[in-house]
Write a protein that binds this ligand. Sequence first.
Ligand code: CA
Length: 230
Amino acid sequence: MKQTVLVVEDEPAILTLLRYNLEREGFSVSEARDGEEALTQLEERRPDAVLLDWMLPLVSGIEVCRRIRRAPAWRDLPVIMLTARTEEGDRIRGLDSGADDYVVKPFSPNELIARLRAVIRRARPATAAETLEFADVSLDLAGHRVSRGGTPIHLGPTEFRLLRYLMERPGRVFSREQLLDAVWGHDAYVEPRTVDVHIRRLRKAMNDGDRTDLIRTVRTAGYSLDLSQV
Ligand code: CA
């Protein structure tokens, strides 16, 4: 079955270019010209990924992305932001809003499609798999069970959600704010420091008996699940 991409872009020339290249690569394309229309279309049909322009009429791309991440049904939907801006600050703001990747205009269609395939691939285990695996850790989504090297590990509900989120996206670094948004929900009144507390609990449970620590602390940036240090 064809994978569907929702392209949200108000410039007709770029829309045409994207549609042409995506269809040539075997994707099915739906279009929205502004942020409102994008959100309406998402309600009607969930695509496999969203290409989201930053500068849009009515509701900005950043705001659309935030709303996608806030909605439980769309939380895992891959989003790539398109933008003409190149400043580092904007880049970080784009990723902070929950985008999976970021492409600066003018872009190479081939590179864009490669990145699109990558984010769709990364997202798939979260929706399809019943069990997530990372190193010797196994997380059973339906049964809410975690084991390491075959030994059951008991986690609190927050630690379970935290581990699940990291296992669905191994190797990626998340800031405390991103983890708060994803695991606690956007509207929760929780301090970023709370993330450290739960990471500590998660580590303690996971590393019982001097096992290798799989969670990497990235100074000033945040946390990731990482095998490189093993
Ligand atoms: Ca635009």
